[in-house]
Design a binder for this molecule. Structure first.
Ligand code: UDP
Ligand code: MG
Length: 155
């Protein structure tokens, strides 16, 4: 049974530098995902050490953190049916050259770390990551007339 979930997305410095913020957000909007949180965030070394803890032993960890601090990033919280998995599918594989055509990373990028987007990879990670970057009063619950079509209730 599908459930309505929130997931955390960061639009990385390459998305900002390449003027792709609108294009990436447009793709999420077209899917029907609801934007319930949206802001610029200046990431710190400390935030990134926590956020990318699973990569702490990798040789590219210091340069990944430097990359993520080059400019502010855009933080998004997206709500939708099984949105964690759905957003990961739209985003595509980590290495954009292996990502399926039609995904954002495959269509718009070629390399790591500059693969445009971070997206939570499990419901547990999403819950932790939404809390990491957004305060409760920065998240908005509201109705859209299209909810009944996008989320499938009341049609
Ligand atoms: N990354 C990198 N080199 C690698 C693997 C990952 O620079 O060999 C970067 C890349 O930007 C990636 C991020 O580290 O998006 C986080 O890695 P993860 O394995 O969590 O991939 P993701 O969940 O972003 O697809
Ligand atoms: Mg990841």
């Amino acid at each position: 049974m599908a459930e309505i979930q929130k997931t955390l997305v960061l639009l990385k410095p390459d998305a900002l530098q390449r003027d792709l913020l609108g294009e990436v957000i447009r793709r999420f909007e077209l899917k029907g995902l609801k934007i319930v949180g949206l802001k610029l965030i200046r990431l710190t070394d400390e935030m990134l050490t926590e956020h990318y803890a699973h990569l702490a032993e990798k040789p590219f960890f210091p340069s990944l953190k430097q990359f993520m601090m080059q400019t502010p990033v855009v933080g998004l919280v997206l709500e939708g049916l099984d949105s964690v998995e759905s957003v990961r599918k739209i985003v595509g594989s980590t290495n954009p050259r292996n990502a399926d055509a039609g995904t954002i990373r495959a269509d718009l990028s070629m390399n790591v770390p500059s693969n445009l987007i971070h997206a939570s990879d499990s419901p547990e990670a999403a819950a932790t990551e939404v809390k990491r970057f957004f305060k409760d009063d920065e998240l908005f619950a509201y109705e859209k007339i299209t909810d009944r079509y996008q989320f499938g209730e009341g049609v």
